[in-house]
Design a protein around this ligand. Sequence first.
Ligand SMILES: [Zn+2]
Length: 132
Amino acid sequence: MRIGRELVKEIVAHSREEAPNECCGMIAGRDGEATRVHRARNEFESPLRYSVHPQDLFRITTEIEEGGEELAAIYHSHTGSPAYPSQTDINLAENWPDPLYVICSVADPDAPELRAFAIRDSEVSEVELDVG
Ligand SMILES: [Zn+2]
């Protein structure tokens, strides 16, 4: 997935603001390119897990559809672990296999790490992020 530097900055900023809790949100896209970052509330307000707040989920998916875009990815942060899906993340993705999952780790605040994964049938495969 191609993603602009400004959008990456936005995700990192959101991750830092919410720490130590995990942040989450949705990335709109078109033709394999991320176009916009939509912040959402983490329903759990937790440092260990996330769920896109149902009100935000509805509002954002409507906005994305009305804009003629697609849901490219769901993002969330890890504040104390690397940018790799936890078992909780894998279980959550079972209900929603289509979007990619972007994880931003701010475990080392000076070196944020952003990675993207496809999670289908409990299989995790990394997807290259083309930042530019
Ligand atoms: Zn996670």
